[in-house]
Design a protein around this ligand. Sequence first.
Ligand SMILES: Cc1ncc(COP(=O)(O)O)c(C=O)c1O
Length: 429
Amino acid sequence: MSLHVDAGAALAIDGGPPVRSAEAPWPRWPVAAPGAEDMLRQVLHSRQWAITSPHEGELFERRFAEMFAGYLGARHCVPTDHGSSALVIALESLGLSEGDAVLVPALTWVATATAVLRAGLLPVLADIDPRTGSMAAGALSEHPDIRAVVVVHWACGMADVPAIDAVAAPRGIAVIEDAAQAHGARWAGRAAGTLGRLGCFSMQHSKVLTCGEGGAVVTGDEVLAGQLEELRADSRRYRGRTPVGELPLAETATTMGANFCLSEFGAALLCAQLPLLDAQHVVRNRNYELLRQLLASVAGVRLLDRPPEQDALSLYEVPIIFDPLPAGSGNTWAAAALTAEISMRAYPPRAPLHRSPLLQPWKKSTIAGLAGRFAARHRDRVFPHAEYLARHAVLLHHSAFLGAERDMRDLARAVAKVARHAERTAGRD
Ligand SMILES: Cc1ncc(COP(=O)(O)O)c(C=O)c1O
């Protein structure tokens, strides 16, 4: 597919003309579903603002749990207040012992690792597969002591969970999917989150399905589902039919939970937003495919590989990988240059977790024991593939893909322009 780029034009970051006028709008995020306002008003006037409220009528929280489980093809769904809490209770439900080691990819949002610490366990970092950005099965063999693995479907890619599970299951290692960035992605027809023992989702503002702050755990295991309910509602479970004015939660207390409940406002919003999701996937994926074709012949830039088994894509943060990059500047420069060309924020991935300023457990005195073990375990370790993507990728939010074909043509021209300048001044690192 042909792409016209003015080879002589200066970059917008250097004062040249941008590829796209700052006046041309990009889609905004989030997009409120048509029924959202009505549902929120219903909650407002119901006097039932939480699952801990005296019973008045059907809970949106129950409705959303059923809808989301149905959407994914999961047997059970337990909504939570955040994706991080979803991870914490998923880990707690496994019944591991204090300080057990849990494998986590080095390239992910920090919450994947902090959830492990919050569950009283030790995060052990693994490098990722540079083609997909997610963990590969080989990572498990380097750590004989791990008791669980949290696999992250990173930035539009998917990890090969069946391959990871084939290594994990014979060793009694539980596989949790962190599908916080992958609502609706599918691997050989199965939804992300339903391939492992437990799947965790975030419905925080930037996610493709959002209510501002929210989350959910899904599982096919009925016993775990009951535990998850207690772990997120101070040791209480739904009691089924509840008389008006009585509490819908019974103090079953087979384990000890905490309060990670999703509010009725969040649940109502999710009930309204979920029916939009697949139509948005169609628009985003069509635009992404066009971008892929437009960039196919552009030197110095590529998109992540998509394994043939991943038969449905859920765009989240879309990585565009620049290689080569100018000596001494790297992808921070590329992100700024791209932003200046199209007036849409492009940004580098966050630092891999072994050097992330957000993951310094020694700054929290209540987990000093785990912090010491974490520091000792990672002192001499390197994560070259995570480092490569952290230094060469530039990310775009999925909302950039919700607009028209013209947006992709502008984006591709801008990427090609930046890549050409990068090549001219390149020094490979
Ligand atoms: C991979 C991953 N895991 C976990 C989380 C945590 O979700 P939340 O922010 O809803 O707690 C996020 C959120 O960005 C994420 O991207």
